[in-house]
Design a binder for this molecule. Structure first.
Ligand code: PLP
Length: 419
């Protein structure tokens, strides 16, 4: 049965992806999930430490979010787009209340990349400028605009030419940013913590410094919280940690409560002037459909009422010293542990070590994956409803996995960096 699914990938979808799944031993077909657990079609249970790359902050199939979905599904799942949508308004109003400062207006779409596309267009349109400044190692999605501001050549090379007038600067480096700022910069786009770049936490003065430079040059500050947003870092939005109010805030992933795909960009009034020229200057047929909007509102309510950001902070404070202990014990395998709340990166000395740890964890029925732009880093982004005893179990499994790598590390081939 499960091999049939991989055969289907091979024959009808992506043969190369099928080979990758096989090579990594990921030959289990998912059937359902609950809380922090995914269950395959043979009833085997897996503890999910990657949380669908940040989608399942509220856990798999949260009962309140599912109930909201069922209600809306039976009433009006998609929009006529001619009559107005109360579900969109309710979500936009909630986002305006929950996001910092005067972030007021929301545009809804269906994914993280689309939220980034919208933000880039709104920034260029509202400033009348061309240049977009982004960071090395960033990941903003794989559509053309989002890909152009992402920071890994591997994903860009075959698709040139990309969107023009994009400059990349090293992440976390305000001096480098200062050097490229000018009155032609429409926007600086940045993740508060680089997710796919390897869970890279910038210095505390980084976001405030970007804010100041954007103010000085009249550029829009776009913060991409597609991965950090909705609680994982111990704050509902990671920017809250820095006290900074961006001009455009991109959301997706956990905004959909693990039930529906939805993306959003929330903006301050001055950037929204781009819509004055034409209210439909940017739009999406499915974006903010009633089903997704109703689900996202419930996801936000659950996140706030169940105090999931606080939970991430507390569990993260418990987890971090456990992981540091592993680093101290196996310094030749595990080079660094970093993160905030329950967004944590484990950086291994070699990509091969990270790969073997992933396989060892999988053999112990634990799901954890490396980050897309840095294969030496395994990212922990579990559902925030994970229990402390589940985390304890994960730490035990990680220790066993790292010990297994330590025992054979001399035999593992050194990495080759293809990017
Ligand atoms: C920070 C960030 N931005 C944008 C995206 C793209 O989101 P999507 O895959 O929904 O297009 C991702 C996806 O991982 C992300 O981590």
């Amino acid at each position: 049965m499960q091999d049939d699914v991989l055969m289907g990938y091979e024959r009808f979808m992506n043969p190369s992806l099928a080979r990758t799944y096989r090579f990594m031993g990921l030959d289990h077909a998912e059937e359902t999930g609950e809380g922090a657990i995914v269950i395959d079609d043979r009833g085997e249970r897996f503890l999910d430490l990657s949380g669908g790359y940040g989608v399942f902050a509220q856990g798999y199939r949260h009962p309140r979010i599912l109930a909201a979905a069922h209600q809306q599904l039976d009433r009006m799942p998609l929009s006529s787009r001619v009559l107005v949508s109360p579900q969109q308004v309710a979500l936009a109003e909630r986002l305006a209340a929950l996001t910092p400062g005067d972030l007021t207006y929301s545009f809804f779409c269906n994914s993280g990349a689309e939220a980034v596309e919208a933000a880039l267009k709104i920034a260029r349109g509202s400033t009348g400028r061309r240049t977009l400044v982004a960071t090395v190692g960033a990941f903003h999605g794989k559509t053309y605009g989002a890909l152009s501001v992402s920071g890994r050549e591997l994903y860009q090379r075959p698709f040139q030419p990309l969107v023009p007038d994009v400059r990349h600067v090293p992440y976390g480096d305000l001096d480098a940013l200062r050097q490229v700022m000018s009155e032609d910069v429409a926007a600086v786009i940045v993740e508060p913590i680089q997710g796919e770049g390897g869970i890279v936490v910038p210095p505390d003065d980084y976001l405030p410094g970007i804010r100041r430079l954007c103010d000085q040059f009249g550029s829009a500050m776009i913060v991409d919280e597609v991965q950090t947003g909705i609680g994982h870092t111990g704050w509902l939005f990671a920017v809250e940690y820095s006290g900074v109010v961006p001009d455009l805030l991109c959301l997706a992933k956990a905004l959909g409560g693990g039930v529906m795909p939805i993306g959003a960009v929330v903006g301050r009034p001055w950037v929204w002037r781009v819509f004055e020229e034409s209210p439909l200057i940017h739009s999406s047929t499915f974006g903010g459909n009633p089903l997704a909007a109703r689900v996202a509102l419930e996801a936000l309510n659950v996140t706030v009422e169940e105090r999931l950001p606080e939970r991430a902070r507390e569990l993260g404070a418990w987890l971090m010293p456990q992981l540091m202990r592993l680093k101290d014990r196996y310094p030749e395998v595990l080079a660094e542990v970093r993160g905030r709340g329950l967004m944590v990166g484990l950086e291994f000395r070699q990509a091969g070590y990270a790969g073997m740890v992933m396989a060892e964890l999988f053999a112990r029925h634990i799901l954890a994956v490396y980050t897309l732009n840095n294969e030496r880093v395994i990212r922990l982004l579990p559902p925030l409803v994970i229990t402390q005893s589940q985390l304890q179990e994960a730490v035990g499994a990680l220790e066993a996995a790292i010990a297994a790598v330590d025992a054979v590390k001399e035999d593992l081939r050194p990495e080759t960096d293809e990017s």
